[in-house]
Design a protein around this ligand. Sequence first.
Ligand SMILES: [Zn+2]
Length: 260
Amino acid sequence: MNVVATSGWHARAFGSAVADLDLRFDAGAPQRTITALLAHCLRDARGDAPLPGELTRWSLARRLHALIAVRLAGEPGAHEPLQARCELCDAEYEFDLALERCAEFVPDDAPLHWLAPDGRRLQLHLPCAADFEAWQARGMVDAQRLAAMLVDAVDDAPPLDGFELDAAWLLPLADAMAMRDPLNALAVDADCPDCGHRQSLEIELESLLLHAFARQQRHLLDSVLRLAQALHWTESEIVALPAWRREFYLDRMAPGATLT
Ligand SMILES: [Zn+2]
């Protein structure tokens, strides 16, 4: 199943091509993994993949939205299980996050125009993976300097060298950005099954999705191994099968399974 991921791009299910087995989810570089995953799973109308350089300039919001589309292409109506602890009665419980609802937040990548309290007009872009790489390469951790790198224009001119943001602007600026990008600061309501208390939980959607893809990949590797041992098919042949057929063969191979 193909799902419209983001303007002009269609997503296919992760795990439906043998190249998906090459992706590393444990390399400690999540943005690099996401770039590779999107390059594997997105295609334009002509069937071409996005270039990695292009993907690193997509906002994190747009990348996250595309990741959701890849997940939904593999499992329409997918839910991610989440653990929560009630802030009132301390009960631990599990609840499901419906990804289709998250996909409704379509990110707006257009430049953000913000009127600073001193009257200057700033134009900013939402953070993209290239910003993260630049921050890491320069060892930057100072929020003010990080945010200053997102400023593309001040009063319609490029910012001067050494341009700095006022520390007091950071919070209102972060709020303005969160309005454009609700997925990166997603909060959902959850009800405690024990006492009924409703609380708002912040969701780390990006790591939740990466964990789901890593789980899917481990399951696929396991299926490849078991089917290859039993049937002597190649890795590519096994991965090319629709998931339901792999599961069907595995079910029938299980000890005690009866053939009908
Ligand atoms: Zn409770």
